[in-house]
Design a binder for this molecule. Structure first.
Ligand code: RTP
Ligand code: MG
Length: 149
């Protein structure tokens, strides 16, 4: 079953939006298989955002992600990678549609509340970076007819 990595960034935690954010994915029908509240090391933040290391915002982004705790999560379900990106909304919250998390709660591209993996391969890399196998719980809803035909 497809999985994605989501991370509620320091702004989402500080603004008290953890419950609201988790609620969206839960209510949609996706399955939570990993969850931890944690401080992020500089090394982990740099590895996570490695693809952006040449970009001008990289250092500020790493400083922000390491500045206060985050909520790291793995969610499971058919098409969860792309669907979670839709629920999250456009990178710049001012361009994000109302009804999306960034569209409803965000104002600034550098304070956009939550990260979501952008492709299945990226999700696999990020899940392995943030979670050990023993931290993930296999209890998938594949046999539940109220979720899947
Ligand atoms: P994310 O990786 O955090 O889920 O966000 P994303 O895919 O929507 O956007 P991405 O292009 O991967 O950018 C990663 C994060 O870098 C910050 N950013 N700042 N100042 C800027 O122009 C700028 N551009 C990107 C954002 O916090 C973005 O989420
Ligand atoms: Mg990204």
């Amino acid at each position: 079953m497809e999985r994605t990595f989501l991370m509620i960034k320091p702004d989402g935690v500080q603004r008290g939006l953890v419950g609201e954010i988790i609620k969206r994915f839960e209510a949609k029908g996706f399955t939570l298989v990993g969850l931890k509240f944690m401080a992020v090391s500089k090394e982990l933040a740099e590895q996570h955002y490695d693809v952006h290391k040449e970009r001008p915002f990289f250092q500020g982004l790493v400083e922000f992600i390491t500045s206060s705790p985050v909520v790291a999560m793995v969610w499971e379900g058919e098409g969860v990678v792309a669907s979670a990106r839709k629920i999250i909304g456009a990178t710049n919250p001012l361009n994000a549609e109302p009804g999306t998390l960034r569209g409803d709660y965000g104002m600034d591209v550098g304070r956009n509340l939550i990260h979501g993996s952008d492709a299945i391969e990226t999700a696999q890399r990020e899940i392995a970076l943030w979670f050990t196998d023993s931290e993930l719980v296999n209890w998938g809803p594949t046999q539940k007819p109220w979720l899947y035909e």
